[in-house]
Design a protein around this ligand. Structure first.
Ligand code: V47
Length: 381
């Protein structure tokens, strides 16, 4: 039978012949190897890499581009870890440390609430004293007050820390959180899995294997989660590919990841402040390479808060199909020198998407389309 698919390979152009076999594989939906991943980072033909990533993005999603209406809540910046990558955490007793009471956290959830949010994104420091009950009550109180809002909370690093402090297993911790109303997990804390790099940028955190093991347990319990990678500090191209391949392997096993979010390192106010910030092409290439290596991840997010709205918009033509959300109040990158706005409206997000020639779709956390009538919403399941 004649193949009805258009012959995309005949449209592929590159000045780097090493990309041709890679293009053949990508267009035949075959998996890329470690060395091919490294080459995607090294070639000077970023446009060809972007073209390939865009072909995958359009095969999976056409022009559809997702965003959500969410609110970030960072309940505490007090942290026992002292990661060199971080400008947000404070030691217990530091005059700039803060920890919200439960009432404050619930009030924060309701504040800046100009549009009905569909997601609370909650992450914070590894607080030495807060008991597991604080986290269970935080979630239960939010569910009681905002029953329709999806709660995406606590990185794998936080989950592992809570379990250790409560002296129960990760599985038990996640079950307790689920019983209180936790719906899914964000992708933070992954940084770079390589042990040597981790020992420099975040030596107090769980190691890469523990991050993967925690995600596996969460997925096996039925939770969806995201995954991130922090790039643009001291890692090499090989470390990046290794990180992406470890995520790809776990996704083969569990299918629990929804979205991959590359996070550009912001050095300001961190112990690594001597490092330069990433450039636009590095950011755009990272999006494209992620799309090409993570062939089993449904979505690649260009997190506008991190990348700037301009770079995030361009990324929609280089492999990304998601911009994240309205966010409303962001602390982690703004403490590290981000100059992006603290939030965006639905209208602003839609404009970025439309002007990129894409079709905007408001989604909930699990990628169901959301239909709105003024301040209420319904979700298509
Ligand atoms: O884990 C911390 C990173 C992450 C800095 O799952 C920094 O939908 C850059 O994971 N420069 C938290 N990055 C944020 C996160 C996230 C964001 C948006 C969406 C989702 C999602 C998850 O931020 C941390 C760490 O990797 N981070 N400090 C810094 N100076």
């Amino acid at each position: 039978m004649a193949d009805s698919k258009p012959n995309l390979f005949s449209s592929f152009r590159t000045h780097d012949p090493r990309l041709e076999p890679i293009a053949e594989k990508v267009l035949a939906e075959k998996r890329l190897s470690f060395d091919e991943g490294v080459l995607l980072y090294r070639t000077t033909d970023v446009l060809a890499v972007g073209w390939l990533a865009n072909s995958v993005r359009e095969r999976l999603h056409g022009d559809l581009t997702y965003f959500n209406v969410n609110r970030h809540i960072n309940h505490t910046n007090v942290c026992v870890a002292a990661c060199r990558l971080c400008a947000f955490g404070r030691k217990k007793g530091d005059s700039n440390g803060y920890t919200m009471t439960l009432e404050e956290a619930w009030r924060t959830a309701a504040s800046g609430y100009s549009e009905a949010v569909t997601e609370f994104h909650i992450v914070g420091g590894l607080h030495p004293d807060l008991p597991l009950e604080y986290y269970l009550d935080l979630i239960a109180g939010l569910k009681e007050r905002f029953p329709k809002v999806h709660i995406k909370a606590f990185t794998m690093v936080e989950i592992s820390f809570l379990a250790r402090r409560a002296k129960i297993s990760i599985e038990e911790t996640l079950i307790k959180l689920r019983d209180s109303g936790l719906d899914s997990l964000p992708g933070g804390g992954a940084e770079i899995f390589d042990t040597e790099i981790r020992s420099v940028i975040c030596d107090h955190k769980i190691d890469g294997n523990e991050w993967i093991d925690t995600a596996r347990i969460a997925h096996n319990l039925g939770f969806k989660s995201n995954a991130t990678m922090l790039y643009g500090h001291i890692e090499s191209d090989e470390h990046r590919v290794d990180h992406l391949m470890r995520l790809r392997n776990l996704q083969d096993e569990t299918g629990g990841f929804q979205t991959f979010i590359p996070l550009a390192f912001h050095p300001e106010n961190t112990p690594l402040s001597h490092l330069p910030v990433t450039t636009g092409l590095t950011d755009i290439r990272q999006i494209a390479v992620s799309r090409l290596i993570l062939d089993n991840f449904p979505h690649i997010k260009a997190y506008w808060q991190m990348l700037t709205p301009k770079i995030a918009q361009i990324s929609l033509r280089f492999g990304a199909d998601d911009l994240d959300g309205t966010v409303i109040e962001e602390k982690i990158y703004h403490d590290a020198g981000a100059t992006t706005p603290q939030g965006m409206t639905r209208k602003e997000l839609c404009r970025l998407i439309t002007e990129a020639g894409r079709v905007s779709v408001e989604r909930d956390t699990l990628y169901h389309a959301v239909t709105r009538t003024e301040d209420s919403f319904t979700v298509a399941v």
